[in-house]
Design a protein around this ligand. Structure first.
Ligand code: FMN
Length: 345
């Protein structure tokens, strides 16, 4: 792994080891990849403005989310079907997160169950929910997560229907060959629907009635929706466009951040994902008002290339870059970062 110096190297390695359609399933997005590419390229329009002559010997990257302190603001995004990237799938990811002490989010459509995955984590993962159209099933998912110690439920709100992912459909052949295709859903009958196009803001109250986990909405991209999230009592927001896998021609997530951060105004935790491949991306997002970030493809490239060790490598790369670039930016803690450190050109 010595040759691996950054996330792009891990991506290249993943490309070498994965069947081409599995690599495309991971690396590509929807339709013409416009949202996917914009998530990445928009970060290049924001430039960092470092401070000078600051004593930066002691860098602290700790962040507190819902009363839990994490040594790093880099969390692992919920990614479904990790078994297609590596046979140990989400278990390898969870072990890496535990070894490196990062927060991990577990997808509804993980190949291993939340129970099996969470056993490897001292501090329990957040559970990402795709509500089924059968609310009795949904309740079962909530109960199982909660019974296994899940503190935070992450409701994905950008998927009333699957985006137009040509590659995704081709990939389904690989999925059906997996031993446990649906770790969390194996007891459900075949005709359940994972995506509920009828879901509206009332869902927050429904969830509140049926569980006592914190409720975070994943997929908010506008200030007015962020305001509604506050009005309806959401406990947190993840700004996300599903890594460019849902609606084509979105703004990038970093472009959505400022207006949302203004509305949220530190009242609830605000996270962001999409396009993060370098720690300078993370510094920009935190400076513009995010409390933490999630990475999706970045860790999956590591998982595909080297299993658990590869996920650890991805986390290590981003964390080391973060410390170095915080020193170069002239800040000691994440709280020191503010909008004055970034200018959009
Ligand atoms: C292969 C793949 C599968 C994903 N599966 C899910 C999922 O099951 N649930 C979900 O909420 N988001 C899912 N996402 C979206 C991620 O949680 C995250 O929003 C996205 O990957 C962030 O963008 P990035 O990959 O550029 O970091 C998936 C993303 C990828 C790449």
């Amino acid at each position: 792994m010595e040759a691996i110096k950054n996330i792009w190297d891990l991506k290249q390695k993943a490309k070498e080891v994965l069947p081409s359609e599995v690599f495309d399933y991971l690396a590509k997005g929807t339709e013409d990849d416009l949202t996917l590419n914009r998530n990445i390229s928009a970060y290049h329009q924001y430039q960092i403005r470092p401070r000078r002559l600051v004593d930066v010997r002691n860098i602290d990257t700790a962040v507190t989310l819902f009363g839990q302190q994490w040594q790093s603001p880099i969390a692992i995004a919920p990614v479904g079907f990790q078994g297609v990237f590596h046979e140990n799938g989400e278990i390898a990811t969870a072990k890496a997160a535990e070894a490196k002490q990062h927060l991990i989010l577990v997808s509804t459509v993980s190949n291993f169950s939340y129970q099996d995955i969470s056993q490897h984590c001292t501090r329990k993962p957040w559970f990402q929910l795709y509500p089924t159209t059968n609310r009795d099933y949904t309740k079962l998912l909530l109960e199982r997560a909660e019974k296994n110690g899940c503190p935070v439920l992450v409701l994905t709100v950008d998927l009333p229907i699957l985006g137009n992912r040509v590659v995704h459909v081709r990939e389904m052949g690989h999925l059906s060959r997996l031993k446990n295709k649906y770790g969390n859903l194996q007891f459900f009958d075949d005709d359940f629907k994972l995506h509920d196009p009828s879901m509206t803001w009332d869902m927050i109250a429904w969830l509140r009635k049926h569980c006592s986990m914190k409720i975070v909405l994943k997929g908010i991209v506008r200030a007015d929706d962020a305001q509604l999230a506050l009005d309806y009592g959401a406990d947190g927001i993840i700004i996300s466009n599903h890594g460019g896998r849902q609606l084509e021609s979105n703004l990038s997530t970093i472009e959505c951040l400022e207006e949302i951060a203004q509305i949220v105004d530190k009242k609830i935790p605000l996270l962001i994902d999409g396009g993060i491949r370098r720690s300078t991306d993370i510094i920009k997002a935190l400076a513009l008002g995010a409390d933490a970030v999630c990475v999706g493809r970045a860790f999956c490239y590591g998982l595909a290339a080297y299993g658990q060790a590869g996920v650890e490598k991805a986390l290590e790369i981003l964390q080391e870059e973060l410390i170095r670039n915080m020193m170069l930016t002239g800040v000691n803690t994440l709280k020191d970062l503010n909008a004055s450190f970034v200018r959009k050109i």
